[in-house]
Design a protein around this ligand. Structure first.
Ligand SMILES: NC(=O)c1ccc[n+]([C@@H]2O[C@H](COP(=O)([O-])OP(=O)(O)OC[C@H]3O[C@@H](n4cnc5c(N)ncnc54)[C@H](OP(=O)(O)O)[C@@H]3O)[C@@H](O)[C@H]2O)c1
Length: 314
């Protein structure tokens, strides 16, 4: 595989990553357009559901800049789609463009359409290749989407912070105890998610905002905020405040039902930010996918320890 293709894929992956958490119920996707000599003409990403897909944006951008006739190769993180969603199939736009070759990283994980996009392009006489060296990275990019499209449930990341003694409870009068770097990481995880799942205990103790503040958020992003609260102890005030903060609050009384509900609403990725009671319950239920364990450093000179554990590897 030529370095030019590898480099184009790298650019496409980087561009797509900027929109992780912005595209639900679609996956983040990036695409790079090259001319016949491998010169980069355009790098684009899918930004939001209902707006054009990455490969179509490359075609449109080249057209707008008067270089459509030079567009020869498309390098895409995900197999181009062949189904009519809100924006029409990408395969059709590609077939009607001057593009001659397609390289893609991850196969379409949707069991109903698997392989249809690539075979449609081959049928139309285009050269279609996978990029084996980038497959893993491209699959990671769409991992939450692949889980949602197959199971109908969101990918669940459980974020947990522990102090030096292994406790999740902050000292009296504090809401957090980890380093600034760990707080930034927590806000980046929020940014990637379409929903936050918490428990009544955390709300009553901390009145948390759950907003993305330590990194710029996606513009106009609204998230679901599921609060597990069987006894109805969460106040109307806090629920109303959450709406002014851009959340769609939802009271959950049964964990599995709440997660199914989120999946039905097109929530692809959910971040659990809860205390030890609900975290234990979620880990025990097996309904989680990834746990981010942050352990506070016991020295000012060393960083907090961050460990990511996947359910299948536990
Ligand atoms: N270190 C961290 O990462 C972290 C993160 C968040 C919070 N916290 C800290 O955690 C403390 C609060 O801990 P917590 O354990 O009381 O709060 P929590 O786990 O957030 O909430 C527990 C409550 O959730 C409700 N719940 C509903 N469905 C549940 C289910 N299936 N399983 C378990 N609980 C369910 C229960 O109330 P009902 O019976 O009324 O439904 C339960 O009392 C605070 O001090 C907060 O600062 C730490």
């Amino acid at each position: 595989m030529s370095n030019l293709i590898q480099n184009a894929m790298k650019l496409a992956v980087e561009k797509a990553k900027a929109y992780e958490g912005a595209t639900a119920p679609n996956p983040p996707v990036g695409a790079t357009g090259l001319d016949i000599h491998g010169e980069v003409l355009s790098v684009q990403a899918h930004e939001k559901a209902g707006t054009p897909h990455a490969e179509v944006k490359v075609i449109e951008d080249c057209k707008k800049r008067g270089m459509l006739d030079r567009l020869h190769t498309l390098v895409v993180t995900l197999e181009p789609c062949n189904h009519v969603g809100k924006t029409g199939p990408c395969t059709e736009a590609i077939i009607q463009s001057p593009v001659q070759r397609i390289f893609y990283g991850a196969k379409d994980p949707n069991p109903k359409v698997q392989g249809a996009g690539a075979s449609m392009l081959v049928k139309a006489g285009l050269e279609v290749h996978t990029v084996p060296d980038s497959q893993k990275e491209c699959e990671e990019l769409i991992r939450p989407f692949a889980h949602w499209v197959v199971t109908g449930r969101p990918w669940i990341t459980v974020k947990t912070a522990f102090d030096e003694k292994g406790s999740m409870i902050p000292p009296q009068g504090q809401k957090t105890f980890t380093s600034e770097t760990s707080l930034v990481l927590a806000h980046q995880l929020r940014k990637k998610s379409d929903a936050i799942l918490t428990g009544s205990g955390t709300i009553m103790a901390d009145l948390p905002e759950f907003t993305v503040r330590k990194t710029p958020d996606h513009s106009e992003k609204m998230r679901w905020l599921v609060y597990m609260d069987r006894r109805g102890r969460v106040t109307e005030d806090w629920i109303n405040l959450s709406k002014t903060r851009g959340f769609k609050p939802y009271r959950g009384t049964d964990l599995e039902q709440a997660i199914e509900f989120l999946g039905s609403q097109g929530v692809v990725e959910t971040l659990v930010e809860a205390g030890p009671t609900l975290v234990a319950s979620i880990l025990e239920s097996g309904l989680w996918n990834e746990q981010v364990r942050i352990t506070k450093s016991n020295s000012k000179n060393t960083a907090d320890h961050v460990e990511v554990v996947y359910k299948d590897t536990v």
